[in-house]
Design a protein around this ligand. Structure first.
Ligand code: ADP
Ligand code: MG
Length: 465
């Protein structure tokens, strides 16, 4: 009775799935199908399989589930608790999980259970950075597919893609994503032997095993793993012996239905001097890429990191950073931390000017590709005036605002100095340009309309270069 009610709730819940969340919801859905609904009208309890799922539901899905629940029961007052099935609470977990060993699909298409780890699993060193999890991974268009696949693999290895190969440029979140898979897995299946290793460490371990005549132990260790996460496999390039060793490890794991997760900065085929047999194996499962994040995603990531690092920057500085640092989230994060530290140490508020000075080394040269003409054109169009009017001496209100905004944007989006900006704008003095810039900077704090004008214009200019 309750179970059919729960199924109806889930059906309704699925219908809420709006764009970016849809695939992720598929992952959570499998977890929720296994939940048991207990109690009745005056107090339901949803019993889920693990504390991980409990937290996931509480932090992300509770409101939607509650809405679905209330709609299905036509009871606007209804509420429910999310509890962990008692037999699955940490102490007893191993016993109950025997029935639900995750499975992976092997090359032959057969699903085989991943053998659960033995007692040593408790002390197994997974080597994962615990800070990298799904909860603090911001999903945008740039990484939506990779994230959905990663989330599905982490939650439900039985339907997994094997191997999972994720690639993207430096600093775009590969290590974070593959680590999140591992962290999620060790929560869901605590005795799985998950191992995160960089390609470099794999190589070093192998070299030292050869040196000390311990190759058997080395191989043994890798054959015992249930989930191998190998980061930055592009470093296999030119390392013949390591490639050979990895080939055997790969085969042994794959044949035994173990999950393999790889990251790289390029497609398998583009790794120079990678053996053909590894190239093809790396592509046997699913390949997903991570692209450069868009402006909104960068802002969301910054907000998350600021909360995590307890750094408080004004929003215009956040926008400035997201705009200036094009393609490396690690740099974006580094800039934010540097500014936060500067603010703390100097006891000064962080303005865009301060940010610009502190971060001049991070500013990409590509800024030059946005020309003054283009900026004037966009600003003119936006304010419904002509570029030549912005350059003129006319002083009616809209023109003055457009001129200030133009100065501000030229300063932000190009490398022009104030005297140059003055000259570009109809031969004005550099102090006029400085004044305009300061006016906008000051007004930004108190004028949300102006701030959204600027965000819009900047984005438009950025996108078209
Ligand atoms: P890569 O391995 O691709 O070089 P990392 O995974 O080390 O990149 O990411 C660099 C930094 O950016 C890390 O601190 C990571 O947490 C952060 N980061 C990258 N992508 C995201 C994201 N989508 N959401 C939150 N943080 C991210
Ligand atoms: Mg990395």
């Amino acid at each position: 009775m309750n179970q059919s009610l729960w199924n109806q709730v889930l059906e309704r819940f699925c219908e809420f799935g709006s764009e970016p969340g849809v695939l992720e919801r598929d992952g959570i859905l499998d977890l929720l199908k296994g939940a048991v609904l207990d109690g009745r009208k005056d107090g339901y309890s949803l019993l889920v399989g693990s504390t991980f799922i409990q937290r996931l539901v509480q932090s992300r899905y509770y409101n939607d589930l509650l809405t679905a629940f209330r709609e299905v029961t036509h009871d606007p007052e209804l509420s429910f608790d999310v509890l962990v099935q008692p037999e699955n609470l940490p102490r007893k977990r191993r016993k109950t999980r025997q029935n639900s060993a995750p499975e992976v699909t092997t090359g032959s298409g057969k699903s085989v259970p991943i053998p659960l780890g033995d007692d040593h699993a408790v002390s197994w060193n997974h080597n994962l950075n615990l800070r990298y999890c799904f909860d603090n991974y911001v999903v945008g268009v740039c990484n939506q597919f990779a994230h959905a696949a990663a989330f599905a693999i982490a939650n439900n290895p039985s339907k997994a893609y094997n191997p999972f190969y994720v690639f993207g440029s430096v600093g775009l979140g590969k290590t974070h994503l593959v680590s999140a898979i591992g962290n999620c897995m060790i929560h869901l299946y605590p005795s799985l032997k998950v191992l995160y290793i960089t390609t470099e460490s794999f190589l070093n371990e192998m070299v030292s095993a050869i040196k000390f005549n311990k190759m058997n132990e080395f191989r043994e260790r890798y054959r015992k793993i249930d989930v191998l996460i190998m980061d930055d496999v592009q470093f296999l390039s030119g390392k013949e012996r390591t490639q050979e060793e990895l080939f055997y490890t790969f085969n042994a794991l794959y044949e035994n239905g173990k999950q393999i997760i790889l990251s790289s900065d390029c497609m398998p085929n583009d790794i120079p001097t990678l053996e053909g047999r590894l190239k093809s194996r790396f592509g046997w499962g699913l390949i997903a890429d991570i692209q450069i994040p868009d402006f909104e995603t960068k802002v969301e990531i910054l907000k998350g990191k600021m909360a995590q690092e307890k750094v408080d920057l004004p929003m215009d500085v956040v926008y400035f950073l997201a705009n200036s640092i094009k393609s490396n989230i690690r740099e974006l994060e580094g800039a934010m931390i540097r500014l936060g530290a500067y603010g703390n140490l100097m006891g000064k508020p962080i303005t865009i000017e301060v940010a610009r000075n502190l971060l001049s080394d991070l500013m990409p040269l590509s800024r030059e590709s946005i020309s003054v003409d283009r900026i004037l054109q966009e600003v003119a169009e936006y304010f419904k005036v002509l570029p030549k009017e912005i350059r003129s001496k006319k002083r009616h209100k809209t023109l003055v605002t457009a001129r200030h905004v133009a100065v501000y944007l030229i300063r932000e989006l190009t490398q022009k100095s104030y005297p140059e900006i003055g000259r570009e704008l109809g031969g004005r003095d550099h102090s006029t340009a400085i004044y305009s810039f300061k006016m906008v900077e000051e007004k930004l704090e108190s004028d949300p309309a102006l701030s959204s004008d600027l965000v819009y214009l900047k984005k438009k200019l950025e996108q078209q270069g």
